[in-house]
Design a protein around this ligand. Structure first.
Ligand SMILES: CC(C)(COP(=O)(O)OP(=O)(O)OC[C@H]1O[C@@H](n2cnc3c(N)ncnc32)[C@H](O)[C@@H]1OP(=O)(O)O)[C@@H](O)C(=O)NCCC(=O)NCCS
Length: 207
């Protein structure tokens, strides 16, 4: 892992980053991918944290990215507790599983902590994010919106950035609205990218 820098994303990077995200997510969670359109929408949303929009570069080429978005936990006390959510986050496919993702995560989470955000919650795989300080959100007493009580919530992760921030808080986390994109809009947006085959593969979590 040589000649790596992590720096704020610039507007002139947007197209490259969207291309990278499309490559990294393509056919992973569904046939094709939504995430390159999701980031496009997120950038225009008031909840998007511009100061925490980072890219990882190797020898001048963008090989990874991560972003954060503001949201809330609807606490059982009636209060809305401000927190962050994260992603899309990715590393270029040919460089995955070599430690780049952890390096990018550790760096950007530290920047989020520097900005005094209290906690990050999102949907992810504990196998990777557990290495970056995340644990199950249920262990913090936080529930995922619209998920029945008996359902498996092991995809829903949390990391406090301020130790104790979620002490004495229970409640329901809300995914920011901007993440909910329409498939038709994704397909229209995707037409500007090089054609790529959508495949139904084992392990995908969406139809
Ligand atoms: C997820 C992603 C960002 C991780 O980045 P990465 O550079 O591949 O991960 P790293 O090499 O830094 O992994 C760090 C640790 O997590 C583990 N890990 C990484 N990906 C994992 C996975 N999918 N499942 C289980 N463990 C994983 C690694 O084994 C490694 O631990 P180790 O070095 O002690 O063995 C990257 O693989 C990616 O872009 N994937 C496709 C897009 C995606 O799924 N994004 C996340 C959506 S929530």
């Amino acid at each position: 892992m040589e000649n790596i820098i992590i720096r704020p994303e610039r507007e002139s990077d947007y197209q490259t980053t969207e291309y990278l995200i499309r490559e990294a997510f393509w056919n992973v969670y569904r046939p094709g991918a939504f995430e390159h359109y999701v980031i496009h929408v997120l950038r225009g949303d008031s909840a998007f944290v511009r100061e925490l929009d980072y890219v990882m570069e190797q020898d001048g080429r963008i090989i990874g990215q991560n972003v954060f978005v503001k949201t809330v936990i609807n606490a059982d006390s009636g209060a809305d507790v401000p927190v962050l959510t994260m992603g899309p986050v990715c590393i270029s496919p040919e460089l995955q599983r070599r430690g780049y993702g952890k390096k990018l995560l550790d760096y950007t989470l530290e920047k989020a902590a520097d900005m005094k955000f209290g906690a990050v919650l999102f949907e992810g795989n504990i196998g990777f994010y557990g290495k970056c300080g995340f644990s199950y959100a249920r262990d913090f007493g936080i529930r995922y919106h619209d998920l029945p009580e008996e359902a498996d919530s092991s995809f829903f992760l949390c990391r406090e950035l301020i130790p104790g921030y979620l002490d004495r808080i229970t409640g329901v986390y809300q995914t920011p609205q901007a993440y909910y994109v329409e498939e038709a809009d994704v397909l229209e947006f995707d037409r500007a990218f090089p054609p790529k085959e959508r495949l139904k593969l084992p392990g995908q979590i969406f139809g």
